[in-house]
Write a protein that binds this ligand. Structure first.
Ligand code: AMP
Ligand code: MG
Length: 328
């Protein structure tokens, strides 16, 4: 079983940092909190260490890992960051839920980048985790801390269930603020392609780039992760509009509704409440927890509310769509 250490992101504690630093330096694996979801980290310069991440998650080896840095000033040592035209503007979004694809240097191991000449880089917004990375002396490769294909983990209980015996150390902290993974972008001069939508939206990126587009599966510029099944509960999950949900569940209780506070007020029976539509971050922060609760429930399956795809809800719905089937 892994060693679990309870921390707070804003509380630097020497004694608590030490075992994590030693584990990373000696090629082990450490679960750490970020503002998006929990990460499962290992030294990004070591093939052996990164291989442990793939093994623990059962992750396909052609799906590259995001590499986490503590400081912008380290990027040039490991990547061709200085070649990114809009780097100054992008740097202002860090620490934050943004991953940028950039050409890598040899120090980043090929296992981390899945053999690609590029690497996804990010500076997470948790002071404790950044200090852990800083003291490790190398950047830390870390995908989400879940078994491949399952919803990302937003609490240490989820990780214990799935990865308890496959990780050396787990840092447990307050729940991640966003609860869905970072925005992944590929910048090319004044253009940018969103490979995975997240908390930074198309509107945010249009303040930096002249044009912003989305990559679609099958297109040349593709994030390898896009071809894999993601974020799915084990039970069947349908998605539908609020009215369609009310119609579907009337007089029946085989599907567990996963809905906003507003729609929940119209449902008397058992339901899982995500949060208010007026506060999209509350909805994303509870999404994966609800998908896991669905699996633990006695219901045959679930039915989740489809939100209008504008602003941050584009990112929320990206995950909802991957986890569900549209109800005809
Ligand atoms: P996760 O496993 O949740 O951390 O997801 C990482 C995502 O970033 C996956 O969808 C990867 O395919 C994507 N990614 C990481 N590195 C690269 C890269 N070099 N090029 C394109 N996509 C990447
Ligand atoms: Mg993941």
């Amino acid at each position: 079983m892994s060693l679990i250490i309870r921390i707070q992101c804003n509380n630097m504690n020497e004694e608590k940092l030490r075992p994590g630093v030693e584990t990373l330096k000696s090629g082990g694996t450490v679960v750490f909190p970020t503002e998006t979801v929990y990460g499962l980290g290992a030294d990004a310069t070591s093939d052996d260490a990164c291989m442990k991440i793939f093994n623990a998650k059962g992750r396909p080896v052609d799906n590259p890992l995001i590499v986490h840095f503590s400081d912008i000033s380290d990027l040039d040592k490991y990547t061709y960051w200085s070649h990114v035209a809009k780097r100054k503007e992008l740097e202002r979004l860090w620490p934050g839920p943004l991953t940028v694809i950039v050409k890598k240097k040899d120090l980043i191991c090929d296992t981390a980048s899945a053999g690609l000449p590029t690497v996804g880089v990010r500076i997470p917004d948790c002071n404790f985790s950044r200090e852990l990375i800083r003291r490790c002396g190398s950047p830390v490769a870390a995908p989400s801390a879940n078994v491949s294909g399952r919803p990302s983990a937003t609490s240490i209980d989820h990780i214990l269930e799935e990865l308890g015996h496959r990780v050396d150390i787990m840092y447990s902290a307050e729940s991640p603020r966003y609860g869905i993974e970072s925005t992944v972008i590929l910048p090319e001069g004044n253009k940018c392609t969103i490979l995975r939508p997240g908390a930074y939206t198309e509107e945010d990126l249009l303040k930096i780039f002249d044009s912003v587009g989305y990559a679609r599966v099958g297109e040349k510029v593709m994030s390898p992760g896009m071809k894999y099944r993601h974020y799915s509960p084990e039970k069947i999950l349908f998605r539908a509009s609020p009215d369609r949900i009310l119609q579907e569940i009337a007089g029946k209780n085989d599907l567990l509704p996963i809905v906003s506070t507003e729609l929940g007020e119209k449902i008397n029976g058992k339901k899982l409440v995500l949060g208010s539509v007026k506060d999209p971050i509350s909805i994303s922060s509870n999404l994966y927890k609800c998908l896991r609760e669905l699996d633990r429930s006695s219901h045959r399956g679930g039915i989740i509310e489809a939100f209008p795809e504008v602003g941050y809800f584009v990112s929320v719905m990206n995950r909802v769509k991957k986890a569900s089937i549209e109800l005809e």
